[in-house]
Design a protein around this ligand. Sequence first.
Ligand SMILES: Cc1cc2nc3c(=O)[nH]c(=O)nc-3n(C[C@H](O)[C@H](O)[C@H](O)COP(=O)(O)O)c2cc1C
Length: 289
Amino acid sequence: MSDEASCRVRVNPERTGAVWWDEARLSRRPPAAILPLLEVLGPEEIAVTSTEAAAIRLWGAALPGWEDGGPPLLIEPAEDQGKSEALSVPLPERRRESDTSIEAALRSRRSVREFTPGPLTLAEVSQLLWAAQGETGAGGLRTAPSAGALYPLQLYLVSGDVAGLDPAVYRYDPRRHELHRARDHDRRAELSAAALHQECVGSAAAILVIAADGRPTTAKYGTRARRYIEIEAGHAAQNVHLQAVALGLGSVDVGAFDDAAVKRVLGLPAAEDPLLLLPLGRKRKDKRE
Ligand SMILES: Cc1cc2nc3c(=O)[nH]c(=O)nc-3n(C[C@H](O)[C@H](O)[C@H](O)COP(=O)(O)O)c2cc1C
């Protein structure tokens, strides 16, 4: 999806009808002719792709072919409404060096499930997201390996206590190194309930969720795709754990959860499945330390 040829549109929550289209809250199903141009990012956000910028502008006004003849009035182009800034959060520049050696990080990594209250900084969150899936090379190559460089992983940040960031669910955009708001409100308690009420999910300052859209990997690798995607999630998670050590933070893998419930809490598109939750926070000091 190139910059010039795509934009995001926001579903207007006040004028949303009861009909759902592939996880997006619309009042009408889009016509078949424009379906290939759309990608649902969440219940309230859709990406529109077109080879013609003009078609995108038409989208909010008078694209022909809606089943009952009307234009998609319940969608307002985010850019036209000046809302794109509220939907996107640029992240601070990531650090490329630190005083922690890879050996020290490997040696001291431990699962941390108890956190002290207090916010994470946006710089810390930025660094952890970059460690998981940040772009580091020409052509969009990332920090973690990916079978066929297809990058099926999608990262979400469930923010609860991050300085300068509203409590909400955000989707990470590795290309722009920014967050896009996918769902409002603090969802940590709901996410904890979806993860068998594990306390570390509810008490973390934020939870990084690794999800995946397996379609491109499956198209290329068939039945081996599932294995590849799960391996990739492991790579990304370990990057986060080592980065957390280098930042003096705590993190843990949480794999025990109800898939459908997590999907609902995050408002994931139908094609994405959650693979791993990584609660993040300031680790409570062990008395022995
Ligand atoms: C795939 C996977 C799933 C896990 N799920 C959970 C979980 O749901 N809850 C939890 O508290 N720890 C979970 N863990 C963390 C393990 O319990 C932990 O890694 C193990 O006890 C070893 O401890 P260490 O990470 O401190 O070395 C998971 C680890 C892995 C690799």
